[in-house]
Design a protein around this ligand. Structure first.
Ligand code: SF4
Length: 353
């Protein structure tokens, strides 16, 4: 396919597509999906080989947020049945992080609900980072605590955080449609603050919020302009009790096109397959690994993900390796061996069976 060939050649030279090309990619037909995956896969392999980076979320503080992000189960007035609690103790967070590291996670993401941290919260998170470092000295630590006030990014950096995540989520022009309590500019400023303090910037998007293809292209180019080291691509999880509970517009093929568009716009950046992959990509998740080079292992903030063992098996079966591990090792003996069906029971067996 000529369009995909052009985008692939550009990305291999670290050149982004034009906006028109990115839009045209999102508008390709399902018949062309394997061409799209193959092109994006060449780019992924050029910069990241067959490696998949595993990230592990620790939810330090859950629910009870005063902000009104329409996609979020923890928002003001949310009717979603999610766990609510205030700040895990450092040793509890370190225990959770150690379990993720033991399963192969290279990065631990410390997340807290809320508009942004107080200085006391930053002190708590600093203690948590110290506790994690004591158990797992080599793991990368990313903080995701909302909007930062002046000086807080520097404090996190001094405490040993490696990265800061704050997503742009959607196009600037439609940010007010998904949130009224803070602005798109607030979000951009926080990513810039984190970057200036020396934290590795991580910022991504959520697809499936009712946006247009143009909006998706806009947010992808806005992310590129921020020069992030990692870009998580989330697919909306429509929680009951939130305004977007009935928003089910994504298909597995469209999720692949969105991932490929982000890969072509940010060719050598870590593209992370994030929330919603299980419910939207379903059986096409292994194809997404040919485009994204990073995933979250296990559960999300307020919902369960695929079990970690199933993720590791999917990575191995798709021909990839976990970053930092020689090979994905699976148990030699499996419980789910195929049961032999007795002759005459159910569907007829072929004559030689
Ligand atoms: S600020 Fe964060 S936790 Fe609060 S509603 Fe928005 S996304 Fe959810």
């Amino acid at each position: 396919m000529l369009l995909v060939d052009t985008l692939t050649e550009k990305a291999l030279r670290r050149e982004p597509p034009t906006r028109e090309e990115a839009l045209a990619l999102l508008r390709t037909s399902d018949d062309d999906i394997m061409d799209v995956v193959a092109g994006a896969s060449r780019v992924r392999r050029r910069y990241f080989g067959r490696r998949v980076k595993l990230n592990f979320l620790v939810n330090l503080k859950s629910g009870l947020c005063p902000e009104d992000c329409s996609y979020c189960s923890q928002r003001l007035g949310s009717g979603a049945d999610v766990l609510t609690y205030k700040w895990l103790r450092p040793e509890e967070a370190a225990r959770a992080a150690a379990a993720g590291v033991a399963a192969g996670a290279k990065r631990v993401c410390l997340v807290a609900s809320g508009r942004g941290p107080t200085d006391r919260d930053i002190a708590r998170v600093s203690d948590t980072i110290a506790a994690i470092r004591a158990d797992s000295p080599d793991v990368e630590v990313c903080a995701c605590l909302g909007l930062l006030s002046e000086g807080q990014a520097e404090l996190l950096c001094d405490a040993g955080a490696d990265a800061y995540n704050h997503n742009l989520n959607t196009a600037g022009d439609r940010y007010a449609d998904i949130c009224s309590t803070h602005t798109y500019t607030d979000r951009v400023e926080t990513v810039e603050q984190a970057k200036s303090a020396g934290l590795s910037p991580c910022s991504g998007l959520i697809a499936g919020l009712g946006e247009s293809p143009e909006d998706l292209v806009d947010v992808a180019f806005s992310l590129r302009a921020l020069d992030p080291d990692s870009v998580p691509v989330n697919f909306l999880m429509p929680f009951k009790g939130t305004p977007l509970a009935n928003e089910w517009a994504l298909t597995p093929q469209h999720c692949l096109r969105i991932l490929a568009m982000v890969r072509f716009v940010c060719p050598d950046v870590e593209v992370r397959l994030a929330g919603g992959r299980e419910i939207h990509l379903r059986g096409l998740q292994p194809l997404a690994l040919h485009i994204a080079n990073s995933i979250f292992l296990g559960d999300y903030l307020t919902s369960e993900g695929q079990p970690g063992a199933a993720d590791l098996e999917m990575i191995r079966d798709a021909g990839f390796v976990v970053e930092g591990m020689a090979e994905v090792t699976m148990p030699e003996h499996r419980d789910d061996v195929v049961a032999v069906r007795r002759r005459g029971a159910g569907t007829a067996l072929p004559p030689n069976a």
